[in-house]
Design a protein around this ligand. Structure first.
Ligand code: AP5
Length: 218
């Protein structure tokens, strides 16, 4: 199964990609996670990426495409993958098509996550993450057992620096301008399915699972 999860910041792509990855045994490739890892490791790429991420801007295509090319070419991805947060521009989508063509394969489905803007802002403002194991929580919708502490590894939770109100606004603007053209791009290729991703995580997952190729959706 080769999937792309498309949608505005905070619609829940990462949360659902983790579930699909676990339940269908397919690796998740999140460009946001890969970039944050590079920032944490203070690599040259991470330091360049941070300048864009802190302002809610997209990291240049050339940087992100290189990261994805490395991953998609690994043996773990030979039987499929879930791309979370990539592609985000039409040039990225075109590069992805080329990468897959080189591997004599293609995408099976692009899921377009849709959530009203006010819910997205609420989800992003309340998100907390573990800096050690990267588990994601929400102060209201997915709270840890002990406030501010990771259930999995006991580390103190943090708020992502790009989840500050001004940066959220910038990210949503960038999404509208640079990523929404992908909806028509993939609809034109007959790959796009829309998902109403409002509602609780479990109910969104149930709807999503019915849209996946292994469940026979066409
Ligand atoms: P990235 O990390 O990809 O951020 P994003 O796309 O903005 O997406 P988010 O991670 O914010 O949200 P999500 O949809 O995954 O939601 P989540 O599941 O966490 O990118 C960060 C930055 O990296 C970009 O701004 C850019 O600079 C750069 N970048 C990344 N990819 C790039 C690319 N391809 N090209 C160029 N630059 C790139 O959920 C959010 C919260 O809501 C969580 O707290 C969760 O617990 C909660 N939640 C989830 N589902 C539900 C639900 N159903 N009900 C209630 N709460 C829910």
């Amino acid at each position: 199964m080769r999937l792309v999860f498309l949608g505005a910041p905070g619609v829940g792509k990462g949360t659902q990609a983790d579930r699909v990855s676990a339940n269908f045994n397919q690796p998740k490739i999140s460009t946001g996670d890969l970039l944050r890892e590079a920032v944490r490791n203070k690599t040259e790429l991470g330091q360049e990426a941070k300048r864009y991420m802190d302002q809610g801007q997209l990291v240049p295509d050339s940087v992100v495409i290189g990261l994805v090319r490395d991953r998609v070419g690994q043996p773990a991805c030979a039987r499929g993958f879930i791309l979370d947060g990539f592609p985000r521009t039409v040039p990225q989508a075109e590069e992805l098509a080329m990468m897959l063509h080189e591997c004599r394969t293609q995408l099976d489905r692009v899921v377009n996550f849709r959530v009203p803007r006010e819910q997205v802002v609420r989800r992003l403002s309340g998100r907390r993450s573990c800096p050690a194991c990267q588990t994601v929580f929400h102060v209201e919708f997915a709270p840890p057992a002990k406030s501010g502490v990771c259930d999995r590894c006991g580390q103190g939770l943090i708020q992502r620096s790009d989840d500050e109100p001004e940066t959220i606004e910038a990210r949503l603007r960038v999404y509208e301008e640079q990523t929404t053209p992908l909806v028509d791009y993939y609809r034109g290729k007959d790959l796009l399915v829309d998902l109403d991703a409002s509602g609780a995580v479990d109910s969104v997952y149930d709807k999503l699972a019915k849209l996946l190729p292994r469940h026979g959706a066409t």
